[in-house]
Design a protein around this ligand. Sequence first.
Ligand code: ZN
Ligand code: ZN
Length: 112
Amino acid sequence: MMENMDKERIKRIIARAKEIIKKQDGEKFSQATIDAAWTRSGGRCECIRISCGHNGRCNKQLVYENRKEGERGAWEAHHIISKALGGKDEASNCQILCLDCHKKTESYGKHD
Ligand SMILES: [Zn+2]
Ligand SMILES: [Zn+2]
């Protein structure tokens, strides 16, 4: 009887550990999510943060090929709610941001 309870407990601990690893591993959106968010954005920065200094939506023209880096139109897929906090891999949680705006998000870097 006791032995069975221990097994259940261990099973639960292992399942929890796997879940944590999966979360740490899965900081990226799937391609399908990014494409859906990109289509919604119209290829323009979706940032509406007043703190950035742009009036209303940023709307900077982005270049799809220049994700993460590029001379012109570089952008990032931003987690509105981070995966660590339970944010889902879906377009509603994915914001297309120009790099300037992305750098201003709370989750960016942390260093600096
Ligand atoms: Zn922007
Ligand atoms: Zn912005």
